[in-house]
Design a protein around this ligand. Structure first.
Ligand code: F6P
Length: 512
C-alpha cells in the first residue's frame, strides 16, 4: 500500500478518534522573528521538523517545542500557544520558553556537546559537565509539565522526538501511566562501547525505558540500543522480538526510516515560483555553461564538508578539463554556533573555500560559491533543479533528508545524487553514486562518475530513486509508527482501542 496524507488521516480518524496526539521536540516547526520592525514566520533548517510538520498537519493535536524566535512570545498566547502553519492553521504549537542559563547547559552542553558527538561516533572528546546534566534534567521536567498540562489528565498518545528528551518518557509515565508514549531518535545509536564513557548512561536509558515504543532509522541502531540495555540496566532484553521488559513494562524497539512528503514536494518543485527561484540562483552565481554541483547542509562536523571540499580541490588538480568550467554551490546553514566545535568548523570551511578559490580562480570564474546562510525551501528547490549533481558526504548520518529532497525536486528526471555510504538514506537510494567520504580518491572518483554519466543512465537511476522515495514517504513513516503503536498490547486499555463503547471525545479546543 502507498501511504498518502489521506490514508494517514483515515487511519487517525478511524482508529484514534478523539484521542489527543501530543508531539514533543526541542526544535519548533515555526518560529517568529523580528525583521526590520515587522514579524516574519520562518521554518528552521531541521530534518526532524520538516518531516513531522506534514504529519501533524494531517493529525491535528498539539506540538510542544522550545520557543527560540525573538518574536515568539508576542505571537503566542500566555501559555505559549498558537495555531500553525500560519497559512493553513491545522494544529496547536505550544512553545516552551527556557531561561538562557538552562538553554546553554541543555542544548549546547549536554545535547550537542555530549550526546550528538557520541551518537555520531564523531571522535571528538565530549565535555561532561554536571551543570549541563542538571540543566538537561530540569528542561526535561519543564517539558513534562507542559505535556501533562496539554494531556489534561486524559489518555493521549505522546510522541517524543530525539536525544534532547531521553528522560521525558519515564517522567511522563510515572506521573500518568495512562499515557501511551513513543520516542523517535532522529540520530544514530552507537555501539555500546561508545556510550560507556557517558557518565549518566544508566539514567539516560532508564528514562527511555518509560516509552512503550522506541523508533530508530535503521535496524543496526535498534540492535545497538538493545545491546546497550544489556550492558547497562537490569532488563530482560529479547533481541529477536526486539523488545525489553523491566519492572512490568515492555518497550518495543523498531526501525522506521524517516522521509519527506514526496508528492507535495514534487508538486511545489515543478511550480512557476520555484522556476523563478532557479533563475535567481543564476543571478547569484553568474552565467556559465559548465557543470553545476551543489551541497546543502547545516554547518556540522558530521556532514563531511571539509572532506567534500578536498574532493573538489583534488578533482580540479587531476582533471584540468573542469577548470574554468565546474561550479559548485555550497549552502552552509549556520548551526549551533554556541558550541565551540561548530564555530571552529564554520571558520575552517570559510578558509578552505577561500584557499581553493585562490588556487583555481581564473578570469571571472571560481569553482566554489559558498553561501553561509539559511534559505527557504522554495529557494533550495530552485537550486536542486539547476544542479547536474548533488553531493551528500556525511561521515555519519541517521538518514539525511537533503538526499531525498533533491530526488523529489527532480520532476524532470535528471540529476545525479552522490551519496555517502554512511547515511541512512544510502540503504534506500542504491541508485545514487555511493562512496566513502573518508577516502579522498574514492570521493574524487565519485564526482567524476557523476560528471561523465550518460543522460540515459542518469535518468534511469533518477527514475528508480523517485519511485523509492514516492513509496517510502513520510506518511509511510508516520503510518507504520502509528500502526505499531496501535498494536501494542499496553496501548489497548488506556486508549480504549477496539472498545465498541468508546465515544468520540470533545473536539480538541483551538487556540488563536
Ligand atoms: O535531524 C536531527 C536533528 O538533531 C534534529 O532533531 C534537529 O532539529 C536537527 O538535527 C537540527 O539541529 P538543531 O535543532 O540543533 O538546529
Amino acid at each position: 500500500m502507498t501511504w498518502t496524507r489521506e490514508s494517514l488521516q483515515t487511519l487517525i480518524g478511524e482508529r484514534l478518534k478523539g484521542i489527543r496526539i501530543i508531539a514533543v521536540s526541542n526544535r519548533a516547526p515555526y518560529l517568529h522573528r523580528d525583521k526590520f520592525g515587522t514579524t516574519e514566520c520562518v521554518q528552521p533548517a531541521s530534518g526532524m521538523a520538516a518531516a513531522l510538520d506534514p504529519v501533524m498537519r494531517a493529525c491535528g493535536g498539539v506540538w510542544v517545542a522550545q520557543g527560540t524566535g525573538d518574536a515568539d512570545r508576542i505571537t503566542s498566547d500566555s501559555k505559549g500557544r498558537l495555531q500553525v502553519p500560519p497559512e493553513w492553521p491545522s494544529y496547536t504549537l505550544r512553545r516552551v520558553f527556557l531561561p538562557e542559563r538552562l538553554q546553554a547547559g541543555f542544548y549546547s552542553g549536554l545535547s550537542n556537546g555530549c550526546l550528538w558527538p557520541l551518537c555520531h561516533v564523531a571522535f571528538l572528546r565530549p565535555r561532561f559537565e554536571p551543570e549541563d546534566w542538571n540543566a538537561y534534567c530540569t528542561v526535561n521536567r519543564i517539558f513534562a509539565d507542559a505535556v501533562l498540562e496539554e494531556a489534561r489528565g486524559e489518555p493521549a498518545l505522546v510522541f517524543v522526538q530525539d536525544y534532547h528528551f531521553a528522560l521525558l518518557p519515564r517522567m511522563l509515565k510515572e506521573r500518568n501511566p495512562d499515557l501511551v508514549i513513543g520516542q523517535f531518535w532522529h540520530i544514530p545509536w552507537p555501539n555500546p562501547e561508545v556510550l560507556r564513557v557517558f557518565p549518566w548512561q544508566k539514567e539516560l536509558v532508564e528514562g527511555m525505558l518509560g516509552n512503550d515504543l522506541i523508533g530508530f532509522h535503521m535496524r543496526t541502531h535498534c540492535a545497538n540500543f538493545l545491546s546497550t540495555l544489556d550492558q547497562t540496566v537490569e532488563a530482560l532484553v529479547d533481541h529477536v522480538a526486539m523488545e525489553a521488559r523491566r519492572a512490568g513494562q515492555t518497550v518495543q524497539v523498531r526501525p522506521f526510516p524517516i522521509s519527506i512528503d514526496f508528492e507535495a514536494h514534487s508538486k511545489t518543485a515543478a511550480s512557476p515560483r520555484v522556476e523563478s527561484e532557479a533563475e535567481r540562483w543564476w543571478m547569484r552565481i553568474g552565467p556559465g555553461d559548465g557543470p553545476l554541483g551543489i551541497s546543502i547542509d547545516r554547518v556540522d562536523y558530521t556532514k563531511g564538508i571539509p572532506e567534500r571540499l578536498r574532493a573538489i580541490d583534488s578533482l580540479l588538480r587531476h582533471c584540468p578539463e573542469y577548470r574554468r568550467s565546474l561550479r559548485f554551490v555550497q549552502i552552509g546553514v549556520p548551526s549551533r554556533e554556541d558550541v565551540p566545535e561548530y564555530r571552529d568548523l564554520a571558520a575552517r570551511v570559510q578558509q578552505m573555500v577561500d584557499e581553493i578559490n585562490d588556487r583555481w580562480a581564473m578570469g571571472g570564474w571560481k569553482p566554489i560559491h559558498y553561501f553561509h546562510s539559511q534559505f527557504s525551501q522554495m529557494e533550495l528547490m530552485g537550486l536542486h533543479r539547476l544542479a547536474d549533481f548533488c553531493v551528500v558526504s556525511s561521515l555519519h548520518d541517521g538518514m539525511n533528508l537533503v538526499a531525498k529532497e533533491f530526488v523529489a525536486s527532480r520532476t524532470d528526471g535528471d540529476g545525479v545524487l552522490v551519496l555517502s555510504r554512511f547515511t541512512g538514506a544510502a540503504a534506500e537510494l542504491g541508485d545514487a553514486v555511493i562512496f566513502n567520504p573518508f577516502h579522498l580518491n574514492q570521493a574524487r572518483e565519485a564526482l567524476q562518475t557523476a560528471l561523465v554519466m550518460s543522460s540515459e543512465e542518469r535518468r534511469r537511476r533518477m527514475r528508480h530513486m523517485r519511485q523509492v522515495v514516492e513509496v517510502n514517504n513520510v506518511y509511510r513513516w508516520a503510518g507504520k509508527l502509528l500502526t505499531t503503536f496501535l498494536r501494542l498490547p499496553q496501548a489497548a486499555a488506556p486508549l480504549e482501542l477496539g472498545s465498541p463503547n468508546r465515544v468520540e471525545k470533545e473536539p480538541v479546543a483551538r487556540w488563536g
